[in-house]
Design a protein around this ligand. Structure first.
Ligand SMILES: Cc1ncc(COP(=O)(O)O)c(C=O)c1O
Length: 363
């Protein structure tokens, strides 16, 4: 079976992690410091703060940029649930607006509509879904015009670019996930990026029990720290991320070439000026259930990410979001299928995927 994900961890990571064990220091220490500096350089920002997950990165980043109880935060309903849950952790209220059906990302047009309905919105929490950056020109313009905080959920977008800027360098803060399925990983882990010293300093305290100085804690904080063990792995992964992403981009080109003439399926579109790093290669099909079943018989895994938009999740239904309608997000949730695109795919794997899909059309 050609699986959706294959871990890209090798000897370099093992050696680096072994060194940390031998050093006797496996908690947050010099490797975390080094990883933060390298990640900040990579993302093109002044500060990076390593944390325990993409979820804790979101929580700390929202708090540090000034999100408070009762604030309204506009986000997308077509994402992993952690995006909106992090808003709930702050006691703030997530509001949803619809996506652009071509890119699956939050639609600037829908953002402006939501702002007209609700001028109290304080922040935009955008998601560069599947590794394709949002329309940052429009989003930056809107954020500036309405004086909104801007937080980028870059969980799936390490190395993605709009213009010459990398994801995580546009907003007041960016957050990354380094979970085991992501383009680069530390097992569990995350990173916050920001150009603002104040936000960075506050994040550092929030993720370490609100510590002001040794033995003194002057605000409520959390234990969201990363270990040196994870950071050592992250440093090695960061050295390889561009080459891993290049392989994904190459695989996407091969798949798109082999599938573009099929009328029962829509391949991903990348607007000009944006670098998609294909955390997922996502196609749309109408009869998804039978498509996925057919792929399985051909030895190819297809996964619908995400089949339930957030406003239809049981948790959000209980919170009163169930009656809302976001037609583009709902259609995407019914039709999307993510196909294997990871850097470990061989030429033969890519042919198997293409031929497997093409044979569905012949049925
Ligand atoms: C868009 C998005 N946001 C947030 C997260 C949360 O990251 P983590 O699983 O590292 O907590 C994920 C992880 O899957 C994600 O895909």
């Amino acid at each position: 079976m050609i699986r959706l994900i294959r871990l890209q961890v090798g000897e370099q990571e093992k050696r680096a992690m072994g060194k940390v064990i031998r050093s006797g220091m496996i908690c947050s220490g010099p490797q975390v410091e080094r990883f933060q500096n390298l990640f900040a350089q990579y993302a093109g920002v002044r500060h990076a703060i390593a944390v325990s997950s993409g979820t804790t990165a979101l929580h700390a980043a929202l708090l540090a940029t000034g999100v408070k109880k009762g604030d309204l935060i506009l986000t997308t309903p077509f994402t992993f649930i952690a995006t909106a849950n992090s808003v709930l952790y702050c006691g703030a209220k997530p509001l949803f607006c619809d996506i652009d059906p071509l890119t699956f990302n939050i639609s600037p047009y829908e953002i402006e509509k939501a702002l007209r309905r609700n001028p109290r919105i304080k922040a935009l929490l955008i998601v560069h879904l599947y590794g394709l950056p949002c329309d940052m020109r429009e989003i930056m313009r809107i954020a500036k015009k309405h004086k909104l905080l801007l937080i980028e959920d870059c969980a799936q977008a390490v190395g993605a670019e709009h213009g010459k800027r990398r994801a995580g360098s546009f907003g007041d803060a960016g957050t990354f996930s380094l979970y085991g399925t992501k383009n680069m990983t530390t097992g569990e882990g995350g990173m916050i990026t920001t150009n603002k010293k104040k936000v960075s300093d506050l994040c550092k305290r929030l993720i370490n029990h609100g510590r002001a100085s040794r033995f003194l804690h002057d605000r409520l904080g959390y234990n969201y720290r990363m270990t040196d063990f994870q950071a050592a792995m992250g440093i090695e992964q960061l050295k390889r991320i561009d080459s891993l992403n290049r392989k994904r981009i190459h695989n996407a080109k091969v798949l798109s070439k082999g599938l573009k003439d099929l009328n029962f399926l829509k391949i991903p579109e990348v607007p000009t000026g944006r670098k998609h790093i294909y955390h997922q290669y996502t196609v749309r099909v109408k009869n998804r259930g039978s498509f996925i079943e057919h792929l399985k018989t051909k030895g190819v895994e297809g996964v619908p990410l995400y089949p339930v938009p957030l406003h239809k999740q049981p948790l959000y239904k209980k919170l009163g979001y169930g009656k809302l309608r976001f037609p583009n997000a709902e259609a995407a949730a019914r039709e999307v299928v993510c196909l294997p695109i990871h850097p470990g795919l061989t030429k033969k794997d890519l042919s198997t995927i293409i031929n497997g899909i093409r044979s569905w059309g012949k049925k």
